[in-house]
Design a protein around this ligand. Structure first.
Ligand code: IPE
Ligand code: IPE
Ligand code: MG
Length: 247
C-alpha cells in the first residue's frame, strides 16, 4: 500500500474528493447479515478514507451519507442510520481533533431528527478550529433541493432590491449553495458498481472526474482511495481545450 501512496504526485492531489458511499446493504446481504451491520462496517471505511485523504494532502472530503430520497427506506433502517450518525459523531470527535479534521455538513440539516441535528452541531462546533482536512457530510442532501433553495434565495434578494438580476453570475450562485466557500470536487467516486449520481452535487461536479468502482463501501479503504487518486492523476483534464494547448 505504501507503494501505491508513493506513486501519488503530491502537486496533483485533488483538493476536494467527493464520495457516494454505496453498497453497505449488498455487502451485508452477501455475508448473510442484516443491512444495518453493513452500515456499521461502513463507518470503518469512513475512518480509514478520512485518514488516507489527510495523509496525501486532500483539503476537502465530502461524503454522501444520507440522501433526501433515503427517507423512503424501511423506517427501522432510517432510525438505525440516524442513531449510527449520532453515535459515530460523538465517538469520533476526539480522533477528529487529534487528526486536525474539521467537520462540516451540507443538506437540509434542520429537518434531521433533533438528536442527530444536535450531535452534528456539537461535532461541527468542537472541531471548528482544525485546519488539516475538512470533512463535509452530506445529510438529508439533495442537489435539486440545494439548487432550488439557492434560486429562491437569489430571487428573494432580487425582489427586495438588494440584488440586480444581471449580477447573478456563477459566483453569486455558488455563494447561495450550501457548499459556499468549498472548492468544487475534482474527483467524484462512487462505490458498489452503480454508475449514477443519485442527486448528489449536480452543480459542483460540472467538471469533476468520475471514478466508479465495483467495490462495496465497507471494503473501500486506504488502498482503494489511493488507486482512485492515481487513476485521476493519469487523466488529461482538458476543460474544452485540445491536448496541445495544455502546458
Ligand atoms: C449506502 O449503502 C449507504 C446509504 C445509502 C445510507 P446502501 O444502503 O445504499 O447499500 P446498497 O446499495 O443497498 O447495497
Ligand atoms: C445514494 O445511494 C445515497 C447515499 C450514498 C447516501 P443510494 O443507494 O440511496 O442510491 P440509489 O437509490 O441506488 O440511487
Ligand atoms: Mg445503495
Amino acid at each position: 500500500m505504501n507503494d501505491l501512496k508513493s506513486l501519488i504526485i503530491p502537486d496533483k492531489v485533488p483538493r476536494h474528493i467527493a464520495i457516494i458511499m454505496d453498497g453497505n446493504g449488498r455487502w451485508a446481504k452477501q455475508k448473510g447479515m442484516p443491512r444495518v451491520l453493513g452500515h456499521r462496517s461502513g463507518v470503518k471505511s469512513v475512518r480509514e478514507v478520512t485518514e488516507a485523504a489527510g495523509e496525501i494532502g486532500v483539503e476537502y472530503l465530502t461524503l454522501y451519507a444520507f440522501s433526501t430520497e433515503n427517507w423512503s427506506r424501511p423506517p427501522a433502517e432510517v432510525t438505525a442510520l440516524m442513531s449510527l450518525l449520532v453515535e459515530t459523531i460523538r465517538g469520533e470527535i476526539r480522533d477528529l481533533n487529534k487528526n486536525g479534521v474539521r467537520l462540516q455538513a451540507i443538506g437540509n440539516l434542520e429537518a434531521l431528527p433533533k438528536s442527530s441535528y444536535k450531535a452534528l452541531l456539537e461535532g461541527i462546533e468542537q472541531t471548528k478550529n482544525n485546519k488539516r482536512l475538512t470533512l463535509v457530510l452530506a445529510l438529508n442532501y439533495s442537489a435539486k433541493w440545494e439548487i432550488l433553495r439557492a434560486t429562491r434565495l437569489l430571487a428573494e434578494q432580487a425582489a427586495s432590491g438588494t440584488l440586480r438580476p444581471e449580477d447573478i453570475d456563477e459566483r453569486a450562485f455558488e455563494n447561495a449553495l450550501s457548499t459556499r466557500g468549498i472548492p468544487d470536487p475534482e474527483l467524484l467516486i462512487r462505490t458498489s458498481g452503480e454508475t449514477r449520481i443519485s442527486n448528489f452535487l449536480l452543480w459542483q461536479i460540472a467538471y469533476a472526474e468520475l471514478y466508479f468502482t465495483p467495490v462495496f463501501w465497507p471494503d473501500f479503504g486506504k488502498e482503494q482511495l489511493f488507486e482512485a487518486v492515481l487513476s485521476y492523476q493519469r487523466r488529461e483534464r482538458r476543460f474544452g481545450k485540445i491536448s496541445e494547448q495544455l502546458v
